[in-house]
Design a protein around this ligand. Sequence first.
Ligand SMILES: [Zn+2]
Length: 208
Amino acid sequence: MCVVEVPHRGIWQIVQPPGHHPYALDFIAVDLKGRPYRPWNLAKHVFSSMDVKDTFAWEQPVLAPIPGEVYFAHDGQHDQMRLNLPLDALRILFFQGRVRTSLFEQYGGNYVIIKGYSGTFALMAHLRCGSVSVRKGMTVNEKDPIGLVGNSGRSIQPHLHFQMMSDPDPFGTDLIPFRFRKFQKFENGEWIVATEELPPAGVPFQAL
Ligand SMILES: [Zn+2]
């Protein structure tokens, strides 16, 4: 178990997609009702296509969750700019899902790995193409910006994939459970302060 800073600002919630390691979490930016974009975009998202820029997560700053040294930074993978939920789900499940590759960028898109001083590694993935602002070997402090949320790699809509690891291999299985140092969560219509917890999936929360 380790305690880290929330890697973004504003209101987000955790989603746990099928196939993810239980300690590997996806974060989407939402409103207080848990919606990732304005409600009128839902029909476009499902039946035609919506602009990636209309999601709340798009180009939100990603912040270093731990202090340490940049172990690896990858940029240059394109972002999927139009979103259609059924087609994107099919693309990921049946097309990209069959591609077997040793290149993590085929899955994670643009990503950063930070090596913390205690020997743990933080992985942030699906960053915006061209937004990665750190390079291998750089020192970062907690909350330093490292890039922007994007839709690169195997991603259905803009989100941040985040995991803590005891080994720098992003394909590795040595994932570490983590908690956030301090945040507030929106439950039953009110904000509740929480320390050294993980917000429950589907509950809007924001860093404090
Ligand atoms: Zn993910």
